[in-house]
Design a binder for this molecule. Structure first.
Ligand SMILES: [Zn+2]
Length: 303
């Protein structure tokens, strides 16, 4: 069942305490089934021209917004910002995910083609799930659509806020069937899977976030069996701290990367002999094949 409460999302954006589009957004990284990596710092364009026309209806209530007490804002434009995590003032939070089997659904039935986590020195903030363009993508839990728009990196993307404060993101859709403010139940179709945005091959990039901080979806979902691992989830501050540590380590190592600049006549085996790094490892680190043709001036990382 779907219901529309259009006034809420429109009206809230005009309120003085709602977030403006200048909020920082987190860096994302993701790739397609082939494992190609495209990363881009997102920048959101303000859409102030619309705000003048938005009308606040006193009969609308903030209690309609899932998790409003935790976020204190409802932004239908900016995907995620970095400030919300500071609102996590408890070391451990108990999140009820479901009461019954029908309270959750896997967004699509495909296998995981790329996991959450560090990938070639960059974070992949979600999981990639295999699908065919046109396959329905459904909501993991009930809630309200916060974002439904086109983004140059995520393509057609939908973000749903759930009643426990979790948010889920569904990217690279070929079609979106919901709008901000749409109330949805678990299993409702949000759109159709696709290959839009920075994506190589049809797949769903699926994220789970709490207070804008990413969580490994496999902590909640048994993707292979399409079930929840448990009906509740303990969220620890350490979950976020370990993420921050991984990012810091990544940033630190990025500064000490070593490269060989390809010169005329260079081959991978010659570079391997010079650097002491196996050809197989050079290929893995640089995402190339042993048969790849090197071009003069190309940077080959060897640590
Ligand atoms: Zn992805």
């Amino acid at each position: 069942m779907m219901f529309r409460i259009p006034l809420i999302s429109l009206a809230l954006a005009a309120l003085p305490w709602s977030y403006t589009a200048s909020a920082q957004v987190d860096e994302i990284g993701y790739g397609g089934p082939e494992g190609l990596d495209i990363y881009e710092e997102l920048s959101e364009e303000p859409t102030s021209s619309e705000s003048d026309e938005r009308i606040w209806d006193v009969n609308d209530s903030l209690t309609f917004i899932p998790g409003y007490d935790m976020y204190c804002h409802w932004n239908t434009n900016v995907l995620f910002d970095r400030m919300s995590a500071q609102r996590l003032d408890q070391d451990t939070l108990h999140l009820q995910l479901a009461h019954a089997e029908c309270d959750h659904a896997m967004p699509c039935s495909g296998a995981m083609t790329s996991p959450y986590g560090m990938r070639r020195g960059r974070m992949h903030y979600g999981v990639d799930l295999d699908l065919t363009t046109g396959d329905p993508v459904v909501a993991a839990f009930s809630g309200m659509v916060r974002i439904s728009k086109y983004n140059k990196s995520f393509g057609n993307v939908v973000v749903v806020r759930h009643y426990n404060g979790l948010e889920t993101l569904y990217a690279h859709l070929s079609k979106r069937h919901v709008e901000p403010g749409t109330l949805i139940e678990a299993g409702d179709t949000l759109g159709l899977g696709g290959n839009t945005g920075r994506s190589y091959g049809s797949h769903l990039h699926f994220e789970v976030r709490f207070l804008d901080q990413p969580i490994d979806p496999t902590l909640l979902f048994d993707i292979e069996n399409g079930t929840l691992k448990a009906k509740s989830f303990e969220l620890h501050r350490a979950t976020f701290n370990s993420l921050a540590a991984a990012k810091a380590a990544s940033t630190a190592s990025a500064g000490s990367r070593k490269y060989h600049i390809v010169r005329s006549g260079d081959t991978l085996s010659a570079i391997s002999r010079r650097t002491g790094v196996r050809v197989r490892d050079l290929c893995r680190i640089n995402g190339i094949r042993e048969t790849s043709v090197l071009s003069i001036g190309q940077r080959i990382r060897y640590n």
